[in-house]
Design a protein around this ligand. Sequence first.
Ligand code: HEC
Length: 127
Amino acid sequence: MNKSALLIAAAFLTTAFISASASAGDAKAGEELFNKKCKMCHTASDNGKHGMGPNLMGVMGRSVGTAAGYTKYSDAMKGMGVTWDAASIGKLITDPPAFAAGNMMKGGQVKDAAERDNIIAYIETLK
Ligand code: HEC
């Protein structure tokens, strides 16, 4: 193998490693964390009832503030125009009040990055 082929192989391996670690969260552990930290306000099942917060089934890829039938969104969240993905959900649960001024989510802060990854991995299964 010549030098440039080696470099290409190294670049490929690095990319593979980074994308594997980006979704390294453990969905099973995330479900347990979700049950402890989120479930008192959020259901996560098909047609689950909205609680204090909206049902989170199918939330990945959905626009912020658009769960059908949930009427308690704050203006702060409704007007954001953000699409939920791993990064935006990570940001929300890192510090809910900082995510949007006037956000009504009074709880659900997860300070530990590994725990956040696990919860996000679980939310990715909600479809
Ligand atoms: C004390 C109740 C409460 C807890 C605990 C809570 N949430 Fe929320 N959540 C809310 C409320 C209320 C909203 C709507 C906020 C608004 O419109 O300002 C919300 C909104 C959200 C949204 C946006 C949904 C959408 O349809 O746009 C996501 C995602 C979310 N919460 C995830 C979580 C996660 C993950 C946890 C646990 C780590 C959690 N929440 C814990 C009350 C809570």
